[in-house]
Design a protein around this ligand. Structure first.
Ligand SMILES: C=CC1=C(C)c2cc3[nH]c(cc4nc(cc5[nH]c(cc1n2)c(C)c5CCC(=O)O)C(CCC(=O)O)=C4C)c(C)c3C=C
Ligand code: FE2
Ligand code: FE2
Length: 343
């Protein structure tokens, strides 16, 4: 029997420093997130970051927390419930970090006699700190606890024409009745080093402004290329004017150079260039979360307005919209019947 495991990032159990700390510990001790040798990671994460960050993050989480729980978890559960109505296969949901683990998701499927699992990392793009860590963790759990299960992984779907259509239509809906000077596609950032590490050719990705637009096998795992490609594909689909669209990267941690341009610098720059009415889209996330609801919809608005901006709009992620659920159900049916996957 076939089944599906959807995996999203996860959230703390509550917006308190007490619950945020173990969640951040698991997240940041992942060697694909903070990719330094284990001893140094331990020192950096437990000795420095976790001394102050949980309190700061808990404050941010408490600004966006819903009565039912973390928006990321609640939206992922709503998506899963709606998806179950459109397919007869068992569908489970797991989180990479925090409660509701990947192992529990696989257990739920095993209990329903599932032997062949379609693993769906809920990320449109490949990054070792998002997509790759989900795949590796799921394979480890499968090998350790479910040796007879077969895992097939959904590829990063950022350039599937059907996905671009659904994303573009949700953006078009958000652009209705809003006069804008500029549209910013703000993607979650990663350290530049991760781009070089994920380059199988070891020479293509120079992050020099041109590598991401020159065809290369490196793009299968180049987060930067995939983000820029998403912007280009949506721009083409909607016929948006070249000069009114740009991309940037948000949510960096202090220390290393992360992908540029930085979103918060763009919020300060745009009003000075006369771009005073801004739309922000966050296509690295399929569901709204701390990084979209607090960092972009709240903090970003404040930064933009303080810099002289006048009108600001964040267009929500695809969340549990009917078009997105229906597309995922279609991909699942294609895998179930024809062993075909998007891209
Ligand atoms: C979209 C994919 C994501 C990538 C790539 C990613 C990389 C990455 N993230 C951190 C550090 C943090 N991220 C945090 C929150 C967070 N990150 C993503 C997604 C990606 N991260 C999501 C969906 C969320 C929101 C979770 C939620 O509960 O709503 C946080 C926690 C909050 C905070 O303290 O700021 C941290 C920390 C690193 C270091 C990294 C790549 C190296
Ligand atoms: Fe993150
Ligand atoms: Fe690249």
């Amino acid at each position: 029997m076939k089944g599906v495991l959807l995996v999203n990032l996860g959230s703390p159990d509550s917006p308190t420093a007490k619950d945020v700390k173990p969640y951040l510990d698991e997240f940041l001790m992942d060697g694909r997130v903070i990719d330094v040798p284990p001893l140094l990671r331990n020192l950096l994460v437990r000795g420095i970051i976790l001394q102050t960050r949980p309190k700061k993050s808990a404050k941010a989480y408490s600004k966006i927390w819903w009565e039912e729980g973390s928006p990321l978890i609640v939206i992922s559960e709503r998506f899963t419930k709606k998806l179950r109505l459109q397919t007869e296969l068992p569908i489970a949901l797991g989180m990479r970090y925090g409660s509701g683990s990947i192992k529990e998701g696989l257990e739920e499927l095993a209990d329903q006699n599932v032997e062949e699992v379609l693993l769906v990392p809920m990320y449109p793009h490949y990054a070792m700190s998002s997509y790759e860590t989900v795949v590796v963790k799921a394979m480890e759990e499968q090998q350790a606890h479910f040796p007879k299960m077969k895992l097939t992984t959904m590829p990063a779907f950022y350039r599937s024409p059907e996905y671009i259509k659904v994303l573009s239509e949700s953006i078009a809906e958000g652009l209705k009745d809003f006069e804008y000077d500029h549209i910013l596609f703000s993607y979650h950032g990663i350290p530049e080093r991760h781009i070089r590490k994920s380059d199988p050719t070891k020479f293509h990705c120079k992050i020099d402004g041109s590598c991401c637009s020159i065809n290369s096998v490196a793009h299968h795992t180049c987060y930067r290329h995939q983000c820029y490609d998403t912007t280009e594909l949506v721009k083409a689909h909607l016929g948006l004017p070249e000069e009114k669209v740009s991309s940037s990267f948000q949510s960096r941690l202090a220390g290393d150079p992360w992908l540029k341009p930085y979103t918060d610098y763009e919020f300060e720059r745009f009003p000075k260039e006369g771009k005073k009415r801004l739309v922000v889209i966050t296509p690295a996330f399929v569901s709204d979360c701390l990084e979209t609801l607090e960092e972009i919809a709240m903090e970003g608005k404040e930064q933009f307005e303080e810099a002289g901006g006048e009108d600001y709009k964040h267009i929500p992620c695809l969340n549990d919209s009917d078009a997105w659920v229906t597309l995922m159900a279609k991909w699942i049916h294609e895998w179930e019947r024809e062993e075909k996957l998007p891209i």
